[in-house]
Design a protein around this ligand. Sequence first.
Ligand SMILES: *[C@@H]1O[C@H](CO)[C@@H](O)[C@H](O)[C@H]1NC(C)=O
Ligand SMILES: *[C@@H]1O[C@H](CO)[C@@H](O)[C@H](O)[C@H]1NC(C)=O
Ligand SMILES: *[C@@H]1O[C@H](CO)[C@@H](O)[C@H](O)[C@H]1NC(C)=O
Ligand SMILES: *[C@@H]1O[C@H](CO)[C@@H](O)[C@H](O)[C@H]1NC(C)=O
Length: 359
Amino acid sequence: MGPLYTLPAMVLSMCCHVQFALAWTVNNFLMTGPKAFLTYAGSVQVGAQSGIHECKHQFVWDRWNCPENTLQLSTHNGLRSATRQTSFVHAISAAGVMYTLTKNCSMGDFDNCGCDDSRIGQTGGRGWIWGGCSDNVAFGEKISKLFVDALEGGQDSRAAVNLHNNEAGRLAIKATMRRACKCHGVSGSCSIQTCWMQLADFREVGNYLKMKHEHAKKLEMDKKPVRAGNSADNRVAIAHAFQCIARTELIYLEDSPDYCVKNQSLGFQGTEGRECLKGNKNMSQWERKSCRRLCYECGLRVVEKHIEVVSSCNCKFHWCCTVKCDKCTQVVAKYYCSRKQGGRKPHNKTKRRHSARRQ
Ligand SMILES: *[C@@H]1O[C@H](CO)[C@@H](O)[C@H](O)[C@H]1NC(C)=O
Ligand SMILES: *[C@@H]1O[C@H](CO)[C@@H](O)[C@H](O)[C@H]1NC(C)=O
Ligand SMILES: *[C@@H]1O[C@H](CO)[C@@H](O)[C@H](O)[C@H]1NC(C)=O
Ligand SMILES: *[C@@H]1O[C@H](CO)[C@@H](O)[C@H](O)[C@H]1NC(C)=O
């Protein structure tokens, strides 16, 4: 757990993070020892888990489906890659941690933190003033940054990319915040309102970052060989590469591997055996094409399986106070990707370019 206490020098030396890191050292009133660490560690863990949970939801019909074993954010597992997918993992994890800490703060879970009341009483606009409990994102941002960014110990371009994506995740929390208001005035006339800023549902943050993932940019580093150990050269090259990338955008360094196929060294299972969706009029475009994306374009076929689903039905309320239900079984059709007889043969006519981009 040691490394989590220390803010890596990297953060201080990188171009886009300089102001934040300096601001933080001034305000570094909290993380002074194990006690402070323990105060937040539980929330950080809950937050990171909610990030991963959201990742799985967002990618459920994608070839890469946010599998557990590719989620190690640690830089020490030898599997560090900086693909479009890992950019999302970093962003959503950082966002999850900031979100949970911010919520905890508003709920009064921490002694030293409360609602952001900096604007209370000020006029916000025509007919409304600031009031209520604005979520304290500045607090969530500070603490989450300290925990999450500290996982990135390196000085190289990968560390820089990961830190950038962490930051983009935290900015997504701010970008999706909304103003909520309450009416006041004679018999609900709403002649005056008080308003506060509140966090969006975390699902909305996930949707926002999924969109950023689709438009993620590949970072082109100068191909000049960097002399080993010369971190000054390295930093100049990194700062240069970052110059024209907005802080809100996700970035990556490497093209994604072929997520159709199992890749042991990446701990990725491939799409064989995955479920896809068919035949529901209500599906989104993305869901409707799931069988094509996961099975057909990966050289697999779709098999239909009839699955018995047991659920409660005919529920009756009995005085007082129980509910009794029957168990009903229903047979539903589900669809899965399955290997073709005679081996794999990618089917490359349909929208090959499009599908490659969206892996
Ligand atoms: C913070 O919130 C999460 C979930 O919202 C909760 O599980 C956790 O216990 C809270 N942390 C503290 C310190 O209360
Ligand atoms: C697995 O992924 C690595 C890294 O992308 C790649 O170099 C390797 O060729 C892949 N292996 C297979 C069997 O596809
Ligand atoms: C389709 O979606 C609408 C609204 O999203 C919902 O009310 C309806 O129950 C759905 N129908 C089916 C068959 O899922
Ligand atoms: C696609 O199929 C054609 C023949 O149908 C083949 O020549 C070509 O190499 C294939 N391309 C890929 C990317 O598999």
